[in-house]
Design a protein around this ligand. Structure first.
Ligand code: HEM
Length: 176
């Protein structure tokens, strides 16, 4: 290879390196400029919220169908697998992510102040309690020890809906 082509290769490598590091720096500045980071974390928070809510709304519905399945039947065993996977793989991690991102937003954007924020955290604590209650039910269904009726689980299906409405109104309208 001639000296001039080696030199051209070095120039090209340096130019690409420069472009890549400029793009990386721009991405870091964009992300960590306070507004950019805040909005990215808020987006992550809302995504986690959607996954958490989807699970909390679907699990009691699975329990409604599970109640009608004969213990030991193939259908009942299939519901057990679906419930366990939904709880462990979606609902638990989504709750942790919602809390982590939500607490960061509350600290960084509002220094944990505001009546709406305190009321929202109280409502989310209630939602987390409901989450724990469903976890106990997953274990009882897995051991064929559920004693609750279909009607009970239909009613339980409405609990996260009501809390969701309260939480979203509090955070969007911020009425107090
Ligand atoms: C775990 C405790 C939580 C805390 C500390 C928290 C806190 C926050 C904060 C401080 C914001 C930013 C508000 C703004 O920029 O105006 C926010 C946004 C939001 N949160 Fe939460 N949150 C939590 C859980 C939840 C839950 C469980 C839901 C829904 C069920 C939810 C729904 C939302 C929505 C929809 C937004 C976007 C609001 C907007 O941009 O107008 N959050 N959250």
């Amino acid at each position: 290879m001639s000296d001039s082509s080696v030199e051209r290769g070095r120039v090209l490598t340096r130019a690409i390196g420069g472009l890549v590091s400029t793009a990386a720096l721009a991405a870091v500045l964009f992300l960590f400029a306070s507004d950019g980071l805040y909005l990215w974390i808020k987006a992550a928070h809302v995504i986690a919220v959607v996954a958490w809510m989807a699970g909390l709304l679907y699990l009691p519905r699975l329990f409604v169908y599970h109640c009608d399945a004969e213990p030991g039947s193939l259908q009942s065993e299939t519901f057990k697998v679906m419930e366990r996977r939904l709880y462990r793989a979606i609902i638990n991690p989504a709750m942790v992510a919602t809390w982590v991102f939500g607490l960061w937003l509350a600290w960084s954007g509002f220094a944990f102040s505001g009546g709406w924020l305190h009321a929202k955290i109280a409502a989310v604590l209630a939602l987390s309690g409901f989450h724990g209650y469903l976890g106990g039910a997953v274990r009882r269904f897995a051991a064929d020890r559920n004693t609750r009726t279909t009607r009970h689980w239909r009613f339980m299906n409405e609990v996260p809906t009501v809390l969701l409405i309260v939480i979203v109104v509090l955070v969007v309208v911020k009425p107090f």
